[in-house]
Write a protein that binds this ligand. Sequence first.
Ligand code: HEC
Length: 183
Amino acid sequence: MSRVLLSLGLVVATIFTSQAAMAETPAEILAMIKAEASAAAGYQEFSAARGEKFFHVKHGDEWSCSSCHTDNPMNEGKHAKTEKLIKPLAPAANAERFTELKKVEKWFKRNCNDVLNRECTAQEKGDVMTYLLGVGTKHVEAPKIEAPVQHAQVAAPVAAAAVAATAVAATSKKPVAKKKAVS
Ligand code: HEC
C-alpha cells in the first residue's frame, strides 16, 4: 500500500516538475523580446512610458489595446466585439500573465493585427510589456513603523486581586453552637 502511494507521489512530482520546466517567467519572456529588439536597428532601452502611451492610443484604426483591456490593466476587461470577459493583463493583478511564451506570442500577434493592422515590432512589445509589468507595483512600500508599539496597560492582575479581597471579606460567621439537650 505505502509503495503504491510512494509511486503515485513520484508520478505527481514528475508531472509538476515537467510543467514547471515548460512555463516561463515574465522576466524570461521580456529577456527574449529584448534579445530580438536589441538586434534591430534603432533599438532603444525599453520604456514603460512609451509602452503606456502605445497601450492607450489608437493607431489609426478603430481600437486601442484599452478597447478590450480597459484603460487600467489592473482591471478586468471586456472584448470590444464579443463582450467576453478578459482577466486583468497586469501580472500584479493576474499572476498567470506572461508566464507562457507561446500564449504571449499568439496574442501579441492577433491583438496587434486587430489594433495596428500589422504585427508589433519587438521594440513595441518590449515597451508595452515593461509598462504592464510595472502597473500596480509602484507606490507599494512596506508600512512604516513610526514608534515602538505601546503595550496596553494590563489591568487583569489588579482586577484578580480585588476579586480575591472580596472573597476573604465574605468569610462566614462562626456557626452558633447548639445547646446540648438536657437529659
Ligand atoms: C479586440 C479585443 C482586444 C484588443 C483590442 C487587444 N486585446 Fe489583448 N487580448 C485579448 C484577448 C481576448 C486575449 C486572450 C484572453 C486572455 O488571455 O484572457 C488577450 C490577451 C493578451 C495578451 C496575453 C498575455 C498573457 O500572457 O496571457 C497580451 C500580451 C495582450 N493581450 C496584449 C495586448 C496589446 C498590447 C494590445 C494592443 C496592441 C491588445 N492586447 C489589444 C483581447 C484584445
